[in-house]
Design a binder for this molecule. Structure first.
Ligand code: ADP
Ligand code: MN
Ligand code: MN
Ligand code: MN
Length: 356
């Protein structure tokens, strides 16, 4: 497949973005499609909305996004959250939407709806999440960004949290994304360069309940958007380069109010016992192609065997050393793949751990 090498002329765009909008607001409606990707389109509003309830429902052609058959293709967009737009600035907004079918049922790929019900049911436990989103950068020709043409870079070692030419790539994209997230009010808590050259991570959290999935999807949307301007492609594939190279995960840090208080370790251990019993069900929603990543090598646990340990990066679940010392805190589920849906992960965690 040939790829266009055209990169947006954002320097030219800038002078138009400074023109007055005459009171109108641009609202970018964002949704998750049927291929685990994000889509968006814009509409003009006559004034800034006071809340999400002020925003009109909208629709799109679901047969063009793998979300609906051609003969019944209307899918409805129901706004659920508003964020300041870091590209258009001013009163302009990003609008996260849920997808609904014409007959009033949630669209097949609307994982938020079910997740939100679970979060509502268990909200007295104040479930907190922190997701570590790993991803890899590719150039416009489809090669890992910055890798030598027709060859391989030196083995892993200097790249993780690396500094200096040949050790990190695309700090420009990563920094731009970080600031865009902060502007939009996404609860991004940090970034670091990863083990594989041209692989990075950003963390979002702690977020309570449904907010986790919302903020992570907006952060993914912003990353794709920012990368457009640099001619970079973002890959969330869990094993972007076969061989002796690290894969990408979506480590999920979790705690409830009981786990965060004195004596919390008992609650953490009982949660881990419950997770052990539903290992297969969790793996089923922890992302596609995860078998390529969860090999037991490269800081992962084996996909067929549940395990846990203190400070153990080769297990399914890691209890941080500090938490084990203090006797309360949180734990990390290291199984989810980088391409997993945060609504599915956080939903099943709450279901497994907090359902009676
Ligand atoms: P790692 O050491 O595995 O690389 P990171 O520092 O990258 O961990 O990410 C840890 C994540 O855990 C952050 O997103 C942070 O906000 C989140 N976190 C911290 N405390 C809690 C908690 N009590 N409950 C849930 N998540 C938490
Ligand atoms: Mn991390
Ligand atoms: Mn990492
Ligand atoms: Mn981690």
């Amino acid at each position: 497949m040939a790829t266009s090498t055209t990169i947006s002329n954002t320097a030219n765009l800038k002078k138009y973005l400074g023109l007055p909008q005459q009171g109108s607001v641009q609202a970018e409606y964002i949704w998750i499609d049927g291929t685990n990707g994000v889509r968006s389109k814009t509409r003009t509003l006559s004034k800034p909305p006071a809340s999400v309830e002020d925003l009109p429902e909208w629709n799109f052609d679901g047969s063009s996004t793998a979300q609906a058959p051609g003969e019944d293709s209307d899918v409805y967009l129901r706004p659920v959250a508003i964020y300041p737009d870091p590209f258009r600035l001013g009163d302009n907004i990003l609008v996260l939407c849920e997808c609904w079918n014409g007959d009033g049922t949630p669209n097949k790929f609307n994982y938020r709806h079910e997740c939100n019900k679970l979060m509502e049911q268990h909200k007295e436990h104040k479930p907190w999440f922190g997701l570590e989103q790993e991803y890899t950068l590719f150039d416009e020709f489809g090669a890992p960004y910055g890798w030598p043409k027709g060859g391989f870079p030196g083995p892993q070692g200097p790249y993780y949290c690396g500094v200096g030419t040949g050790k990190v790539y695309c700090r420009d994209v990563v920094e731009a994304h970080y600031r865009a997230c902060l502007y939009a009010g996404v609860k991004i808590s940090g970034i670091n360069a990863e083990v594989l050259p041209s692989q990075w991570e950003f963390q979002v959290g702690p977020c309570e309940g449904i907010e986790m999935g919302d903020h992570l999807w907006i952060a993914r949307y912003l990353l794709h958007r920012v990368a457009e301007e640099f001619g970079i492609k973002i890959s969330f594939h869990p094993k972007p380069i076969p061989g002796d190279w690290n894969g990408s995960g979506l480590h999920t840090n979790f705690s409830t109010i009981e786990m965060r208080e004195e004596g919390g370790m008992a609650h953490i251990l009982s949660a881990i016992e419950k997770l052990a019993k539903r290992h297969k069900e969790h793996i089923a929603v922890y992302g596609d192609d995860n078998t390529l990543r969860l090999t037991g090598k490269h800081e992962t646990g084996n996909i067929d065997a549940f395990s846990y340990g203190v400070a153990d990066r080769g297990s399914s679940i890691r209890i941080p050393r500090s938490c084990s010392k203090e006797g309360y805190g949180y734990f990390e589920d290291r199984r989810p793949a980088s391409n997993a849906c945060p609504y599915q992960i956080t939903g099943i965690m709450v279901e497994t751990i907090l359902s009676k």
